[in-house]
Design a protein around this ligand. Structure first.
Ligand SMILES: [Zn+2]
Length: 206
């Protein structure tokens, strides 16, 4: 995980957002390979191991969004990086783009098109590896990031459910866009639908 992302993290427990405190172990350049994140509000600690900040496994509370896709997902091909860049209305460097679930696979393609953006993968598939442009956070209950911090969010087909879309809305900056890799979902309150079809939904935060 990139060290600068620390200030964008939030504790996944249901209390007010507060900065997490990072104790770094092994570093590789600006990337933290191992360390410990502590929450000053509830006192919980989250390990950072092999570059991945792990927020899951703190208990078996209910009401967690399911990771399993519900029903038969449409078999549309994944969008290419150029299409995603256009749909997300991304131009110019800077800031964070958040990729939820299988959407983390887009980090390499998007980074190849645009430098100077840092990507954050949430619960990425096991075959997706950390890169200098991609930080990985493991959390199966929510997106452990502060509100209104993302320039754009892509939600993969495996996380295209109401709870995760509401989380995407929470972390998006006003006026910025969300792409969902399914076109049969409804955007949550606070998002305006821009386009839908061919396996994709595009919405913009009001
Ligand atoms: Zn906490």
């Amino acid at each position: 995980m990139h060290i600068d992302l620390t200030e964008m993290l939030r504790c996944p427990e249901p209390h007010d957002e507060a900065f997490l405190v990072m104790s770094t172990g092994e570093m590789r350049g600006r990337m933290v390979r191992s360390g410990l994140l502590g929450c000053p509000v509830c006192g919980r600690e989250y390990p950072l191991m092999k570059g991945v900040a792990r927020f899951s496994g703190s208990g078996e509370r209910g009401a967690a969004p399911s990771a399993a896709p519900s029903g038969a997902a449409p078999r549309s091909p994944l969008p290419d990086a150029e299409t995603l860049q256009a749909l997300l209305d991304l131009s110019g460097p800077g800031g964070y783009v958040v990729l939820v679930g299988s959407a983390a696979r887009h980090a390499v393609g998007l980074a190849g098109l645009m430098g100077g953006i840092h990507y954050v993968g949430i619960d990425a598939p096991p075959d997706v590896e950390e890169l200098s442009v991609l930080s990985l956070l493991a959390c199966d209950t929510m997106i452990p990031l502060r509100r209104a911090m993302a320039r754009a969010v892509v939600v993969g087909r495996d996380r295209a459910e109401a709870a995760w879309l509401a989380e995407a809305q929470r972390i998006l900056l006003p006026g910025r866009r969300l792409v969902v890799e399914r076109d049969d979902v409804t955007p949550p309150a606070g998002l305006t639908q821009v386009a839908s079809g061919q396996g994709l939904l595009v919405a913009e935060r009001r």
